[in-house]
Design a protein around this ligand. Sequence first.
Ligand SMILES: [Zn+2]
Ligand SMILES: [Zn+2]
Length: 82
Amino acid sequence: MDTICPICNGLLSLQESCPICGKAMEDHGPLTNFFGPYSPYREIDDLKMSNGFPDLVHRQCIHVGYCENCKMEHLFFIQELS
Ligand SMILES: [Zn+2]
Ligand SMILES: [Zn+2]
């Protein structure tokens, strides 16, 4: 069964707080956006296999959150919905 990331699909916004300062994180999109010259139309599972994380098994979408306060990026594992 296919699963979708609620954030990539606009159902939810990233609601994570910075693990360091506790402020709300800004969503910089899924991690797959940061890998190489991939087309956004390429199969998403393809991209996932390329990023080196075993997230395909767990059906999680890895999002990059950015804290303006700390000027740091953190990764969040978003559970996908079926
Ligand atoms: Zn996502
Ligand atoms: Zn912070």
